[in-house]
Design a protein around this ligand. Structure first.
Ligand code: OFO
Length: 171
């Protein structure tokens, strides 16, 4: 049986991952509205990955004989002004997710739940990758500018992103 404090923080993390999916979907809709199909695709793929992140936690809690507690998901922000500002919001958001993952690691260690401490390592690595990928896009937008022909090429680049399913068993 999983430690109750650890179970609680994992359930809170499920909520954050599903909120992330909502946020990326809101961004995907925004990019679609302004005609950036590649940006829209990229954020939609990310939304699917966020659902996977939530589901891995879900399956892990069940495997540890814990109780999954699905909490209310907040409405995502719709404060999107342009691609650069939106990607900066993504980076800010992912940094906050990284912080909450660190709290899961810290608590599981404090509670001597070494299985969860080990399990959460996958998320720590995933966050490094996510922040780096987002930063690459921001650098691209800042380096090349956002004139229409440039944006057109960046959009084509982002359209190439492929969805790779992650699950508890194949993460
Ligand atoms: Fe789940 O990594 Fe982003 O939020």
């Amino acid at each position: 049986m999983i430690n109750k404090k650890v179970e609680d923080i994992l359930n809170a993390q499920i909520n954050k991952e599903f909120y992330s999916a909502y946020l990326y979907l809101a961004m995907s809709a925004y990019f679609d509205e302004i005609g950036l199909k590649g940006f829209s695709h990229w954020t939609k793929v990310q939304a699917k990955e966020e659902v996977d992140h939530g589901m891995i936690l879900f399956d892990y809690i069940i495997e540890r004989d814990g109780n999954v507690d699905l909490r209310q998901i907040e409405s995502p922000s719709k404060n999107f002004e342009n691609p650069t500002q939106t990607f900066e919001l993504i980076l800010e958001h992912e940094k906050s997710v990284t912080d909450s993952i660190k709290c899961v690691a810290e608590l599981s260690e404090d509670e001597c739940d070494m299985a969860t401490r080990h399990f959460i390592n996958w998320y720590i690595t995933e966050q490094v990758e996510e922040e780096a990928t987002v930063l690459d896009v921001i650098k691209m937008l800042k380096m090349f500018g956002t004139d229409t022909p440039i944006l057109y090429h960046i959009d084509k680049e982002l359209a190439k992103r492929e969805y790779k399913e992650h699950s508890y068993k194949n993460k």
